[in-house]
Ligand binder design. Structure first.
Ligand SMILES: NC(=O)c1ccc[n+]([C@@H]2O[C@H](COP(=O)([O-])OP(=O)(O)OC[C@H]3O[C@@H](n4cnc5c(N)ncnc54)[C@H](O)[C@@H]3O)[C@@H](O)[C@H]2O)c1
Length: 337
């Protein structure tokens, strides 16, 4: 049984707490830490955990094996470094940090303290994204020409004290939202050679609210991500994944509620083959956040190395997204490697 502390009892902290308490047998939530006492106590009451108002006190006193960092992005680095120093295994939400240097500090802290860590890059565990990666890797549709990902959401207006409206605290939609798809494409093709981005800058939405990023890879393969949180309140959470290959195109479009509630689990993955056949498959509807936690906990319990959604993966995704933001700012293509 792994005892987990949730740090940050907001939107994503509550989602993780529900999974760890109610959906996985070999985990329990023993501690909740949030500096907003009501939020922390409410979640502690729901989960039967002990509430802590102070992070350092929690690290010293809590009976816990794993710390789940679910706080605003600007707090991740300091908390991860401290948690690693306290020899705890760590799950940290994406984006890992706001700068590559901070992500490096987190990697070093984990390595020096020999703790196991994982970044919350949940698309790597999302069944349809996993399936499409398998199709690409197997080359059953031949060579890959282009990967297109879309992720458009209404602005997350629940964030505590509006932290995500400050570019220096959250990085805008260009970082917070776009990083999911950039990381997914990197997980298949590696880092791009160059990147060119344009976007909509809206300081009310924390900087670059929406962004379109084009990426060039070796062999002429291209990627494109359109992502952001600059959509109006009624706009449903929308994802598109389209991969154009030599012998066919795979496409999946998905809508949910404001965020991930009311997911349309029946939206099929469609394969349009070069010979004109059209195949439809309803993807496995298992919650990717659950699969993500099962993977992490299984690795910890069986002493297996974490090889998916590592902190290095988180760092690479951050590097590419920051290059996209630089490209949009300068109006220029940015070389990555
Ligand atoms: N994986 C995903 O799909 C996904 C989805 C949403 C958010 N996120 C990420 O999760 C993080 C949190 O986002 P959110 O939407 O849950 O934000 P949120 O504002 O809803 O929650 C953050 C919580 O952290 C608490 N907090 C703030 N300062 C703190 C401190 N010093 N110590 C302890 N707690 C503190 C706040 O009171 C709040 O309860 C962000 O990095 C975001 O990018 C990931």
């Amino acid at each position: 049984m792994k005892k987990v502390a949730i740090v940050g009892a907001g939107y994503i902290g509550k989602l993780h707490a529900d999974i760890l308490c109610n959906k996985i047998e070999n985990t329990c939530v023993t501690s909740i830490m949030d500096n907003v006492e009501k939020k922390g106590r409410d979640l502690a009451d729901k989960t039967g955990a002990v509430y802590y108002k102070d992070f350092d006190t929690m690290l010293r006193k809590a009976d816990v094996d794993v710390i789940a960092i679910c706080t605003p992005t600007f707090l991740h680095t300091e908390m991860v470094v401290k948690a690693a120093g306290a020899k705890k295994d760590i799950f940290c939400e994406k984006p890992l940090a706001l700068s590559v240097a901070d992500a490096e500090k987190m990697i070093t802290a984990a390595r020096n303290n020999k703790v196991n860590v994982m970044a919350g890059h949940v698309l790597r565990f999302w069944p349809v994204y996993v399936k499409v990666k398998e199709i690409i890797d197997s080359r059953e549709l031949g060579k890959t020409y282009h990967i297109y990902c879309e992720r458009l959401v209404a602005f997350p207006d629940w964030a505590e004290s509006g932290w995500n409206r400050e570019e220096g605290l959250g990085g805008g939609g260009a970082l917070d939202v776009q990083i999911h798809d950039i990381d997914y494409i990197i997980s298949i093709l590696g880092k791009p050679d160059f990147i060119n981005s344009q976007g909509t800058y809206n300081s009310a939405f924390g900087g670059w609210a929406n962004m379109v990023t084009n990426m060039g890879f070796s062999d002429g393969i291209t990627g494109c991500v359109q992502a952001g949180w600059g959509l109006p309140p009624g706009f449903p959470f929308t994802n598109v994944l389209r991969v154009v290959c030599e012998n066919g195109t795979v496409e999946w479009t998905f809508r949910a509620g404001k965020l991930l509630e009311k997911r349309d689990l029946n939206s099929p993955m469609v394969i349009y083959k070069a010979d004109g056949t059209i195949l439809e498959e309803t993807p496995d509807g298992t919650d990717a956040f659950l699969i993500q936690w099962k993977y992490f906990i299984d690795c910890l319990e069986s002493d297996r190395k974490i090889e998916n959604a590592t902190f290095e993966d988180g760092r690479n995704a951050l590097e590419v997204v920051l290059a996209a933001i630089k490209s949009a700012k300068k109006g220029k293509t940015v070389k990555i490697k």
